[in-house]
Design a protein around this ligand. Structure first.
Ligand SMILES: [Zn+2]
Ligand SMILES: [Zn+2]
Length: 128
């Protein structure tokens, strides 16, 4: 799989299929993406190669998030303690190739974020 930001300054490629795909409704993902929720596609760190350099900022005591420093597209979320990285689904060149399987951060879910109604949901332990 491949993907990149809106302007093309940052591209990524993955040599293995994603491990996990879900929607996140937490307030941090909402601010980060500027949308109603985030859809995240998790790849093992060893499978990801970056072309260009994302701008990284610490979004909480346990995680960092990255975006394109030129166009601002949100690119990834990474927890310090984990060996995988969550790529934003909207950056995939072929986003139709992945299928989210559950919701996360359901305590922050907006009533109008009406997507994947039949999928299971979990609360997040990260707060903002
Ligand atoms: Zn860009
Ligand atoms: Zn989130």
């Amino acid at each position: 799989m491949t993907g990149g930001c809106l302007c093309g300054a940052v591209r990524w490629s993955a040599s293995a299929p994603p491990r996990n795909i879900h929607h996140c409704h937490c307030g941090m993902c909402r601010r980060w993406t500027g949308g109603g929720f985030a859809t995240l596609v998790w790849f093992g760190d060893g499978a990801l190669v970056w072309h260009g350099t994302p701008a990284v900022f610490r979004s909480s005591p346990i995680a960092v998030r990255a975006h394109c420093g030129v166009c601002g597209t949100p690119l990834y979320l990474k927890y310090d303690s984990r060996a995988d990285t969550a790529i934003t689904a909207g950056t995939l060149d072929q986003p139709q190739a992945v299928t989210p399987t559950h919701h996360y951060g359901v305590e922050g879910r907006l009533a109008w974020a009406d997507i994947g109604r039949d999928l299971p949901g979990r609360e997040t332990r990260e707060s903002w």
